[in-house]
Design a protein around this ligand. Sequence first.
Ligand code: GDP
Length: 204
Amino acid sequence: MLVKSASFVISNTEVAKCPQSKLPEYAFIGRSNVGKSSLINALCNKKKLAKTSSRPGKTQLINHFLINENWHLVDLPGFGYARVSKSQKKVFQKFITNYFKERKQLVTAFLLIDIRHEPQPIDLNFMQWLGENSIPFSIIFTKADKLKPKAIEKNVDQYCKKLLESWEELPPKFITSSLHRSGVEEVLKYIDALNKELKGIRLG
Ligand code: GDP
């Protein structure tokens, strides 16, 4: 899919204030510093659409972007950031869970995982929660340029093994580097295919 246009729509902390349109939407979430802003910018072919953070955990809002006048990309707050106070954490966790539970336009979530790291409880628990709430998701491994191909393979295999301890089936997975723009087209293709499928359902 060619991203011809990408523009910021609205930021807020309430799902009720998210755009009323029926456009399909795709949410991006992950631990702070995982490379979410860089990936969103790479997907949209814009240098500064999502702010790449100098201080992790800065963006604690639901950010909607309109892509190709056709679908919404949603940038959700990074989680697991130690410098956010406990009460603050609770507040934004609540609005994230509300978003996932209430947002009917959400087609799938993309959970970003730094390819260099071992499976972290916070990510595994979040996947568990998504599963329990029947929210479809894919995994996007980020920063693949930081590892050699063999190490990429090993880490992804290990991650999948860990997931298979609690999941019967693995979610779709993508291996990306925003720096090299690798894997970016695959994510866009996947979104495009889902959009086309949805259109078929709506027209049918
Ligand atoms: P966010 O907090 O999840 O939005 O992460 P950012 O996109 O702000 O990235 C955090 C840090 O990781 C920044 O220093 C980025 O330059 C770096 N980074 C992000 N993506 C990549 C990548 O694909 N490759 C490399 N080498 N560094 C990356």
